[in-house]
Ligand binder design. Structure first.
Ligand code: ADP
Ligand code: MG
Length: 681
């Protein structure tokens, strides 16, 4: 076995248990370590004189221990070890808490490096709990890795050193051909990997980082371009006739200008030489469903089947209900397929679908499963696309003969980022809300005002309206999430809202239960729906005009905006109340943005400014692979270069078969491993 693919438990000093713990960090094989990059660094290479040491910032001081540490037992279980060091000019007190082990290693008259934050006042300087190394060990920049229970950064550092030794030969296999390295002034892989983990100095670190960021972005960009070129096949579902005007006659309202324009763009795409590949970005409530319905209508009237895929059963059912009502009178047969349907019912739908008796099928991920076959699939629409990966898009597309693809997203992202996420798609923007909407008024309050907010809800319920209350978000996964939602529900049911018609909705419920609750809410048999974020996506109940969100600071801005979009859908004035006791300035600023605007694109921009684009990539909502080292706040410049390079590579050698590109091509494949049956070629 090549050392690269050796499971970590065989690495010296690791073993079963440690390997298990390391796997939580996403490293399984020795080779994975190379790309497990440090989170940050300790710069031990710049030694600061004690008297110049900055307050409150990590730095490195070199000094001689004037005496061995003395132990100071404060109370049972707490001992302080103190000693004084001198750098020849000034002195500094070092304090260790309960660290007998480190204290025992300090010997009088020996010279050490101390890494930590300097505190104290103008009469004396001190450093608490520094890292200590003998000065003879040399001065360097040391990596700090992400840690996990049982695994600290020093342990990973040791593993890394061993891995680099074992993989010495492999380090010369450079996926970037020399030509590209020269053109973009990039160092070799060997230099980059060695110096990203164990930099010889800050210059070498910067050079390594540049190379690795470039490599990562290049691989991503090549992958996206390949996806795009795959769709360059010819259009096998040509829409001959535009049925838009027939569709308009079915609609109970007039399309907004943005809706009409977007629909026209889609129809034009579908009449063209290549299959449509379009992203429709529209703020919550901008009416994406109507656009989808119109586009599907034209496809169906031209003799094709259309599929609409939604991320949750609630949403799929909602779409099925409303589109059946809208389209069936004109002879379009609408079907619903979800994972929780009875086997017999499912079979009936599948048969009708493959026989072509169903024209428009609406469903969840169930549409992706193998048993689903179409008769003449010409159009695939995914709603709220951020829940679907590139791979799922590809899988569904593979079920037809190059069907048209329409992707609808309610997560507004700035154009530059959209080009990266959806490099393979054309973009339409619904930048207009249907008329008559009053913007959702949003307030941020402290929990001391919660009861007042609840009274406000009661007043509106008395007038026949309905409300959502979003439970506190728990960070520890689904189990606790569920427990807390139930607990929260019980508290309200026995407390503030005793005697009211309450419903609870959460992600762990059986779909049939969810459906029941949703139906009851739609028919106003439930006045207040207490819910986790499962209502975030697409739910449309116009009579619900109030929303309270607990622990608002724990949600992302874009997510809060989505949640808030559940109200303000009808003619009544709507209000969203964000409850938060967060004291920190950034959290307050973020909530303020939400209170000051209803414009999703502005909110996305603000979020971008406040938190950086890392979050868009970090959240994985876009279905692209996570970035390991590139940070788009800093690396936009490199991104552009990588985009150029990607284009250049594919222009020169579209299949990347040249020996120079084989390794790079392999990396692209690896990154997009789960992109669907067709792979990238
Ligand atoms: P989203 O873009 O968030 O998916 P929806 O498609 O759910 O928005 O539409 C929100 C609401 O607005 C729905 O109740 C829909 O019927 C209504 N709607 C959509 N377009 C229009 C329009 N042009 N005029 C009036 N109401 C509209
Ligand atoms: Mg929607």
């Amino acid at each position: 076995m090549c050392a690269f693919d050796m499971p970590l438990r065989f690495l010296k000093g690791v073993g079963e248990r440690r390997a298990e713990q390391l796997s939580r960090l996403g490293v399984f094989y020795v080779g994975d370590l190379l790309h497990f990059f440090p989170r940050s660094y300790e710069d031990w290479s710049v030694i600061v004189p004690i008297q110049d040491a900055p307050y409150g910032q990590p730095c490195c001081v070199k000094g001689t221990a004037l005496a061995a540490p003395t132990e100071n037992r404060i109370r049972k279980g707490l001992s302080l070890y103190k000693f004084t060091v001198s750098d020849g000019i000034s002195t500094m007190k070092v304090i260790l808490f309960n660290n007998k082990y480190a204290a025992a290693k300090v010997k009088t008259g020996q010279e050490y490096l101390f890494f930590g934050q300097v505190g104290g006042d103008f009469t004396h300087r001190e450093m608490s709990s520094p890292l200590i190394e003998p000065a003879s060990d040399g001065q360097c920049i040391r990596p700090i890795y992400r840690q996990t229970e049982g695994i600290n950064t020093r342990f990973i550092e040791n593993c890394m050193a061993k891995a680099l030794e074992l993989l010495d030969k492999e380090l010369d296999d450079d996926p970037l051909p020399a030509k590209i390295r020269q053109q973009y002034e990039l160092c070799t892989r060997r230099f980059a990997i060695e110096n990203i983990h164990f930099p010889t100095d800050s210059g070498a670190l910067a050079i390594s980082r540049k190379r690795l960021v470039f490599e990562e972005l290049l691989i991503l960009q090549i992958g996206l371009l390949k996806l795009k070129s795959r769709s360059r096949s010819s259009n096998s579902a040509v829409i001959e006739d535009d049925f838009t005007s027939d569709f308009l006659n079915l609609l109970p309202f007039k399309l907004t200008a943005a809706q009409s324009r977007t629909m026209a763009e889609c129809i034009r795409d579908m009449q063209g030489e290549r299959p449509m590949n379009r992203l429709v970005q529209g703020d919550v409530g901008s009416g994406k469903t109507a656009v989808a319905a119109g586009v599907a209508f034209s496809a169906v009237k031209n003799g094709f089947q259309a599929a609409l895929m939604a991320p949750t059963e609630i949403l799929a059912e909602q779409h099925a209900r409303s589109l059946t009502a809208l389209l069936e009178p004109s002879g379009v047969k609408v079907g619903l397929l979800t994972g929780s349907m009875m086997v017999a019912e499912k079979r009936r739908i599948l048969e009708a679908l493959s026989a072509g008796e169903i024209n428009l099928i609406i469903g969840t991920h169930a549409l992706l499963s193998e048993g689903v076959t179409f008769n003449r699939l010409g159009l695939v629409i995914t709603d709220e696309q951020h829940r679907f990966g590139v791979s799922q898009r590809a899988t569904l597309a593979a079920k037809g003969l190059n069907p048209h693809l329409l992707v609808m997203s309610a997560t507004p992202i700035p154009r530059t980022l959209a080009l990266i996420f959806y490099g393979d798609l054309d973009i339409s923007i619904l930048d207009e809300l249907p008329p008559g909407r009053t913007p959702v008024e949003t307030y941020a309050i402290g929990s001391d005002k919660r009861e007042r907010a609840f009274n406000y809800i009661k007043k509106h319920i008395a007038e026949g309206r309905q409300a959502y209350i979003v439970c506190p978000l728990v960070e520890n996964g689904e189990e606790t999430d569920l427990a807390s939602a139930t607990e929260y529900f019980d508290k309200l049911a026995e407390g503030s809202f005793k005697g009211y018609k309450l419903g609870l909705l959460h992600g762990r419920m059986k779909p049939s239960e969810k459906d029941q609750i949703m139906k009851a809410f739609i028919h106003n048999e439930i006045s207040i729906l207490i819910s986790t974020t499962v209502i975030e996506v697409g739910v449309d109940v116009p009579n619900a005009v109030l929303m309270v969100i607990e622990n608002a600071e724990r949600f992302g801005l874009a997510q809060l905006h989505q949640l808030r979009g559940r109200v303000g859908r009808g003619k009544h004035r709507s209000t969203c109340i964000l409850i938060s006791d967060a004291q920190n300035q950034e959290a307050k600023r973020r909530l303020k943005v939400l209170c000051s605007t209803n414009d999703g694109f502005r909110i996305a921009d603000e979020d971008l400014k406040l938190r950086g684009p890392g979050d868009f990539f970090g959240s994985r909502q876009h279905g692209l692979p996570a970035l390991k080292i590139a940070d788009l706040t800093e690396d936009m410049q490199l991104l552009r270069l990588a985009q150029d390079a990607a284009r250049q590579v594919l222009q020169e050698d579209p299949d990347m078969k040249h020996p120079d590109y084989i390794a790079l091509s392999g990396e692209v494949q690896k990154l997009f491993e789960n992109v669907g049956e067709q792979g990238l070629n």
